[in-house]
Design a protein around this ligand. Structure first.
Ligand code: 5GP
Ligand code: ZN
Length: 147
Protein backbone atom coordinates (compact mmCIF):
# COMPACT_ATOMS: atom_id res chain seq x y z
CA UNK A 1 0.00 0.00 0.00
CA UNK A 2 1.33 3.49 -0.75
CA UNK A 3 1.06 4.44 2.90
CA UNK A 4 3.72 6.24 4.86
CA UNK A 5 5.89 3.87 6.83
CA UNK A 6 5.74 4.45 10.57
CA UNK A 7 9.43 5.31 10.76
CA UNK A 8 8.98 8.10 8.19
CA UNK A 9 6.46 9.91 10.35
CA UNK A 10 8.94 11.15 12.92
CA UNK A 11 12.67 10.91 13.36
CA UNK A 12 13.86 8.89 16.33
CA UNK A 13 16.31 10.08 18.93
CA UNK A 14 18.40 8.41 21.57
CA UNK A 15 17.03 9.14 25.01
CA UNK A 16 19.73 9.07 27.65
CA UNK A 17 17.20 9.41 30.45
CA UNK A 18 15.03 6.52 29.31
CA UNK A 19 14.83 3.68 31.84
CA UNK A 20 14.12 1.05 29.18
CA UNK A 21 17.15 2.22 27.15
CA UNK A 22 19.26 1.63 30.27
CA UNK A 23 17.70 -1.76 31.03
CA UNK A 24 17.84 -2.93 27.40
CA UNK A 25 21.52 -2.00 27.14
CA UNK A 26 22.46 -3.56 30.48
CA UNK A 27 23.23 -0.30 32.34
CA UNK A 28 20.53 -1.27 34.83
CA UNK A 29 20.44 -4.97 35.73
CA UNK A 30 17.31 -6.94 34.93
CA UNK A 31 16.12 -10.53 34.93
CA UNK A 32 16.78 -11.35 31.29
CA UNK A 33 15.13 -14.27 29.48
CA UNK A 34 16.74 -13.62 26.10
CA UNK A 35 19.20 -11.20 24.51
CA UNK A 36 20.67 -10.58 21.08
CA UNK A 37 22.23 -7.64 19.21
CA UNK A 38 18.94 -5.77 18.89
CA UNK A 39 16.67 -6.86 21.74
CA UNK A 40 16.51 -7.84 25.38
CA UNK A 41 13.56 -9.69 26.89
CA UNK A 42 13.05 -9.02 30.59
CA UNK A 43 10.60 -9.99 33.27
CA UNK A 44 8.08 -7.26 34.09
CA UNK A 45 8.41 -6.02 37.69
CA UNK A 46 4.65 -5.61 38.00
CA UNK A 47 3.53 -8.82 36.29
CA UNK A 48 -0.07 -9.27 35.14
CA UNK A 49 0.54 -13.03 35.41
CA UNK A 50 3.43 -15.33 36.33
CA UNK A 51 6.11 -14.92 33.66
CA UNK A 52 4.91 -11.59 32.19
CA UNK A 53 7.80 -10.46 29.98
CA UNK A 54 8.70 -7.40 27.92
CA UNK A 55 10.52 -7.40 24.58
CA UNK A 56 12.69 -4.27 24.52
CA UNK A 57 14.59 -2.96 21.47
CA UNK A 58 18.08 -1.79 22.47
CA UNK A 59 17.55 1.41 20.46
CA UNK A 60 15.12 4.07 21.56
CA UNK A 61 11.87 4.26 19.64
CA UNK A 62 9.07 5.84 21.63
CA UNK A 63 6.22 3.81 20.16
CA UNK A 64 4.77 1.98 17.13
CA UNK A 65 4.64 5.35 15.35
CA UNK A 66 8.42 5.73 15.40
CA UNK A 67 9.86 2.22 15.30
CA UNK A 68 11.11 1.07 11.86
CA UNK A 69 9.15 -1.82 10.33
CA UNK A 70 11.97 -4.34 10.60
CA UNK A 71 12.48 -3.58 14.29
CA UNK A 72 8.75 -3.99 14.96
CA UNK A 73 8.67 -7.25 13.01
CA UNK A 74 11.73 -8.50 14.92
CA UNK A 75 10.07 -7.74 18.27
CA UNK A 76 6.99 -9.77 17.31
CA UNK A 77 9.16 -12.65 16.11
CA UNK A 78 10.93 -12.77 19.47
CA UNK A 79 7.61 -12.43 21.30
CA UNK A 80 6.43 -15.53 19.41
CA UNK A 81 9.57 -17.47 20.37
CA UNK A 82 9.18 -16.50 24.03
CA UNK A 83 5.51 -17.49 23.98
CA UNK A 84 6.35 -20.92 22.53
CA UNK A 85 9.08 -21.49 25.12
CA UNK A 86 6.76 -20.42 27.93
CA UNK A 87 4.21 -22.96 26.74
CA UNK A 88 6.86 -25.68 26.96
CA UNK A 89 8.66 -24.60 30.11
CA UNK A 90 5.99 -22.82 32.18
CA UNK A 91 3.06 -24.91 30.90
CA UNK A 92 1.02 -21.86 29.98
CA UNK A 93 -2.48 -22.28 28.56
CA UNK A 94 -2.45 -19.18 26.34
CA UNK A 95 -0.74 -15.85 25.79
CA UNK A 96 -1.63 -12.22 25.16
CA UNK A 97 0.79 -10.15 23.08
CA UNK A 98 -0.02 -6.58 24.05
CA UNK A 99 1.59 -3.40 22.82
CA UNK A 100 0.43 -0.01 24.12
CA UNK A 101 1.07 3.28 22.31
CA UNK A 102 0.31 6.69 23.76
CA UNK A 103 -1.16 7.69 27.09
CA UNK A 104 -4.70 7.16 25.77
CA UNK A 105 -3.79 3.53 25.12
CA UNK A 106 -2.23 2.99 28.54
CA UNK A 107 1.44 3.38 27.60
CA UNK A 108 3.35 4.40 30.73
CA UNK A 109 6.96 4.00 29.54
CA UNK A 110 7.66 5.88 26.29
CA UNK A 111 10.10 3.31 24.86
CA UNK A 112 8.53 0.74 22.53
CA UNK A 113 7.91 -2.58 24.26
CA UNK A 114 5.92 -5.68 23.49
CA UNK A 115 4.23 -7.37 26.44
CA UNK A 116 4.25 -11.16 26.43
CA UNK A 117 1.62 -12.08 29.00
CA UNK A 118 1.32 -15.82 29.58
CA UNK A 119 -2.15 -16.97 30.51
CA UNK A 120 -3.34 -19.79 32.71
CA UNK A 121 -6.84 -21.23 33.07
CA UNK A 122 -8.67 -19.16 35.70
CA UNK A 123 -5.70 -16.83 36.31
CA UNK A 124 -8.12 -14.08 37.27
CA UNK A 125 -6.73 -11.56 34.77
CA UNK A 126 -8.91 -9.62 32.36
CA UNK A 127 -6.95 -8.26 29.43
CA UNK A 128 -9.80 -8.25 26.90
CA UNK A 129 -12.07 -5.29 26.12
CA UNK A 130 -15.77 -4.66 26.58
CA UNK A 131 -17.41 -5.00 23.12
CA UNK A 132 -19.16 -1.82 21.93
CA UNK A 133 -21.63 -1.07 19.11
CA UNK A 134 -21.16 0.64 15.74
CA UNK A 135 -23.75 1.77 13.22
CA UNK A 136 -23.45 0.89 9.51
CA UNK A 137 -22.81 4.60 8.85
CA UNK A 138 -19.90 4.65 11.28
CA UNK A 139 -18.37 1.50 9.80
CA UNK A 140 -18.73 2.92 6.26
CA UNK A 141 -17.21 6.24 7.37
CA UNK A 142 -14.14 4.46 8.74
CA UNK A 143 -13.62 2.41 5.59
CA UNK A 144 -13.87 5.65 3.57
CA UNK A 145 -11.49 7.57 5.84
CA UNK A 146 -8.90 4.81 5.71
CA UNK A 147 -8.72 4.70 1.89
P1 5GP B 1 3.08 0.09 29.48
O1 5GP B 1 2.02 0.46 30.48
O2 5GP B 1 3.92 1.28 29.12
O3 5GP B 1 2.58 -0.65 28.28
O4 5GP B 1 4.00 -0.97 30.23
C1 5GP B 1 5.03 -0.63 31.08
C2 5GP B 1 5.40 -1.91 31.84
O5 5GP B 1 6.70 -1.77 32.34
C3 5GP B 1 4.49 -2.18 33.05
O6 5GP B 1 3.94 -3.48 32.91
C4 5GP B 1 5.44 -2.06 34.25
O7 5GP B 1 5.14 -3.00 35.24
C5 5GP B 1 6.79 -2.32 33.62
N1 5GP B 1 7.91 -1.62 34.25
C6 5GP B 1 7.98 -0.30 34.56
N2 5GP B 1 9.19 0.01 35.07
C7 5GP B 1 9.90 -1.16 35.08
C8 5GP B 1 11.23 -1.48 35.49
O8 5GP B 1 12.00 -0.65 35.97
N3 5GP B 1 11.63 -2.78 35.33
C9 5GP B 1 10.79 -3.74 34.81
N4 5GP B 1 11.29 -4.98 34.69
N5 5GP B 1 9.54 -3.47 34.41
C10 5GP B 1 9.09 -2.20 34.56
ZN1 ZN C 1 14.50 4.34 25.49
Amino acid sequence: MPWKKAAEMETTMKDTNCIFCKIANGEIPSRTLYEDERYRVILDLGPATKGHALVLPKEHFASIYEIPEDWAAGAVKIGQQIAVRMKERLHTDGVNLVQNNGEAAGQTVPHFHLHVIPRYQNDGQHILWKPGKASDAELDEIVEAMK
